[in-house]
Design a binder for this molecule. Structure first.
Ligand code: HEC
Length: 100
């Protein structure tokens, strides 16, 4: 009986440890600088993600005018953003991917 309980505790402990490690891994993955909470994030991911891998866009850095030119060019190519969304996407990208 006591032995059994120990077993349960051991398995439970292992599971908890596994979950913890999994969570840390997940946070690590999410935390690899793929974005922040920002009103521009959703429109960016939805509309730019149609043609690009988000990671490829985020590999670039530009000043705000550079991002403005890119977003304007992409709207001409078919990115579906209204003016307000385009502004917030520009701000978002200029915030998380400024020139170094
Ligand atoms: C309809 C498809 C499409 C959508 C939607 C789209 N793009 Fe593009 N994008 C392209 C194509 C095609 C190219 C390559 C040709 C070029 O460089 O103009 C490109 C190139 C780029 C480049 C590399 C050239 C540069 O200016 O640095 C970036 C960065 C980029 N897109 C960002 C974005 C962002 C940000 C959005 C969302 C606002 C977006 N794209 C939406 C098709 C698209």
């Amino acid at each position: 009986m006591i032995r059994q309980r120990k077993g349960v505790v051991a398995v439970g402990g292992l599971l908890a440890l596994g979950t913890l490690i999994g969570l840390i891994g997940l946070i690590g993955l999410l935390g690899c600088d793929r974005g922040i909470e920002h009103p521009g994030r959703k429109p960016f991911e939805y509309s730019c993600g149609i043609c690009h891998r988000i990671g490829n866009i985020l590999a670039k850095r530009k000043d705000p005018e550079g991002w403005r030119r890119t977003v304007t060019a992409m709207r001409q190519r078919g990115a579906r953003l209204n003016d307000e969304e385009a502004e917030s996407v520009i701000r978002y990208l200029a915030t998380i991917r400024p020139l170094k």
